[in-house]
Design a binder for this molecule. Structure first.
Ligand SMILES: Cc1cc2nc3c(=O)[nH]c(=O)nc-3n(C[C@H](O)[C@H](O)[C@H](O)COP(=O)(O)O)c2cc1C
Length: 170
C-alpha cells in the first residue's frame, strides 16, 4: 500500500482534466474521508456541495474564469459555516478557515489516492458563488475543488523549501 509521503508527493494542482466523469461511489469515498477530518471542538462547520450537473457547472465556471477550470467534469465547493465554527473565547478567533483547510486537503489526498486530480481554488468570486448555490447567511464558499481524471499521468516536480529552511529544532 502507498504510504502517506508517496501520496503527498503524488498530489499536485491539476489544471487539465479529462471529460471522463467521476463515478458516484468514488465521490462518496472521497467525501467520507473529508467527513473524518478533525475540527476545532469537533464542530465540523462544513458543507460540501458537489456540482456535476452540466448547467450548474457552466454557471459555476463564471465565478472563476480560467480555461483549464472549464475542463473539470465535477467540482466540490467546500463551504464553511461561520455560525457553527469555534470562536476562541480569549480573542474571538474564528477557526472556520482552519477546519475547512483540513477537510479540503483530505479531499485532495483521497482523490489522489483514487487516481484523480484536484486543484485548490480560492481566488474566485465568493459572492457570485454564494448566490449561485443559494447559500444561507453565514455559510461561505471557501474553496472550489475541481476534481477529475488527469489527461496525462505526468507528475510535476514539487517545488518546496528545504527542511532546513522551515524546521527549527529546539
Ligand atoms: C489555499 C490555497 C489556495 C489556492 N488557490 C488557487 C487558485 O485560486 N488558483 C489556482 O490555480 N491555484 C490555487 N492554489 C494551488 C496552488 O497554487 C498550488 O497548490 C501550489 O502552487 C503548490 O503546487 P502543488 O499543489 O502542485 O503542489 C491554491 C492552493 C491553496 C493551498
Amino acid at each position: 500500500m502507498e504510504n502517506l509521503l508517496t501520496l503527498a508527493r503524488r498530489r499536485y494542482a491539476l489544471r487539465n482534466y479529462s471529460s471522463q466523469p467521476v463515478p458516484d461511489e468514488v465521490l462518496r469515498y472521497i467525501l467520507e474521508v473529508a467527513r473524518m477530518a478533525p475540527s476545532a471542538v469537533n464542530y465540523q462547520p462544513w458543507q460540501f456541495v458537489v456540482v456535476r450537473d452540466g448547467i450548474l457547472l457552466q454557471q459555476l465556471r463564471k465565478v472563476y474564469h480560467r480555461e483549464w477550470f472549464d475542463t473539470a467534469p465535477c467540482c466540490i465547493v467546500v463551504c464553511g459555516n461561520h455560525n457553527e465554527s469555534w470562536h476562541r473565547a480569549s480573542d474571538g478567533k474564528d477557526h472556520c478557515d482552519i477546519d475547512i483547510a483540513i477537510a479540503t486537503e483530505h479531499i485532495a489526498l483521497a482523490a489522489a489516492e483514487c487516481g484523480l486530480g484536484t486543484c485548490w481554488v480560492c481566488n474566485f468570486d465568493i459572492e457570485a458563488c454564494a448566490q449561485l448555490l443559494q447559500l444561507l447567511h453565514g455559510i461561505e464558499p471557501m474553496v472550489l475543488m475541481p476534481i477529475g481524471y488527469p489527461v496525462n499521468n505526468e507528475i510535476p516536480e514539487k517545488k518546496r523549501k528545504s527542511i532546513d529552511e522551515i524546521v527549527q529544532w529546539r
